[in-house]
Design a protein around this ligand. Structure first.
Ligand SMILES: [Fe+2]
Length: 298
């Protein structure tokens, strides 16, 4: 599953966010302005849930810890420097999102669950179409299970679970059934990772690191000419010694597909990039560096 990443127990302070949410409902008939923050997001036959900007909802200290952790995770693993302004949303009985794609919101979508650990509702899973469904006939087999799990991945909204996925894949949320209580609802913070560009930690400056990979990026056009067009996102990490030599190339994510469904071309691109980055020489530095490089094909 190149297009889905699941990180359970993502945030060590998840319970503080949950407590902050619950505190808003602690006075049952509270009519202060703080209760009037929810927008009913309704698009007929498509979206139905309640949402509010997460940044303004939580206490700043509690929220900032989560936000910083999330942004740093995106920089290290995806080479995305920021997130779009996150939403806090809850889903009670009947609420859902029908299949759609988020284009061009950002190369990666994320959904972080603060749903109560012991759920009393059914549904509320994030569903994402499987790649083979989007290339159906080339993967068709009479022997395969032909029920919904064959066509989509379903990911439950477990407390403190972060789901990251390629939002070009059709996705949505299965209907929540079984509660009208916000405290029992599917509760998530969600948004997109944005601003993909190289991220460097260590002895090299960002400018030195970017200059170092310029040639590889430039020569990519020759690969496109020989292998056809690609679509998708990939990120990889270079471990660079202080001598400037690349010690290791690690693939972090890769959703890049050949538009002509040519798997040989996809493999060629991956091997070519690994080889080119491995033989790149960076300037000498006082200590080693780690560089996360995102590449977007559109
Ligand atoms: Fe979406």
């Amino acid at each position: 599953m190149n297009h889905i990443i699941i990180k359970d127990r993502f945030n060590p302070q998840a319970s503080l966010l949950r407590q902050d949410f619950e505190s808003r409902f602690s006075v049952k008939k509270d009519t202060s302005h703080k209760r009037f923050v929810w927008d009913y997001w309704y698009v007929q036959d498509q979206y139905q849930f309640l949402r509010t900007p997460a940044y303004h909802f939580f206490k700043a200290k509690v929220y900032n810890q989560f936000h910083t952790q999330l942004v740093n995770w995106g920089r290290e693993h995806l080479g995305c420097h920021d997130v779009s302004p996150p939403w806090l949303s809850y889903y009670i009985d009947g609420m859902q999102q029908k299949p759609h794609s988020d284009v061009p919101h950002g190369p990666w979508a994320w959904v972080y669950s603060l749903t109560v650990p012991k759920r009393i509702f059914t549904g509320g899973e994030t569903f994402i179409f499987k790649p083979e469904v989007l290339n159906y006939w080339s993967h068709f087999s009479n022997e395969k299970n032909r029920e919904q799990e064959a066509y989509m991945d379903f990911i439950a909204p477990d407390f403190n679970r972060l789901i990251v996925f390629d939002p070009r894949y059709p996705h949505g949320v299965t209907p929540v059934v079984g509660t009208h209580d916000p405290l029992q609802a599917r509760l998530v913070i969600h948004g997109w990772f944005v601003e993909p560009r190289p991220y460097v930690v260590g002895g090299l400056t960002t400018e030195q690191a970017q200059l170092g990979i310029e040639n590889v990026i430039y020569n990519l056009s020759s690969v496109m000419q020989s292998q056809g067009e690609f679509h998708g996102t990939l990120s990889l990490r270079l471990d660079i010694e202080k001598s400037g030599v690349v010690k290791k190339v690690t693939w972090l994510t890769n959703t890049v597909l050949s538009l002509s469904s040519d798997q040989k071309a996809e493999k060629y691109l991956k091997n070519w990039l690994s080889l080119q980055f491995k033989k790149t020489i960076f300037p000498k530095a006082t200590k080693s560096s780690a560089m996360t490089i995102p590449l977007l094909f559109r």
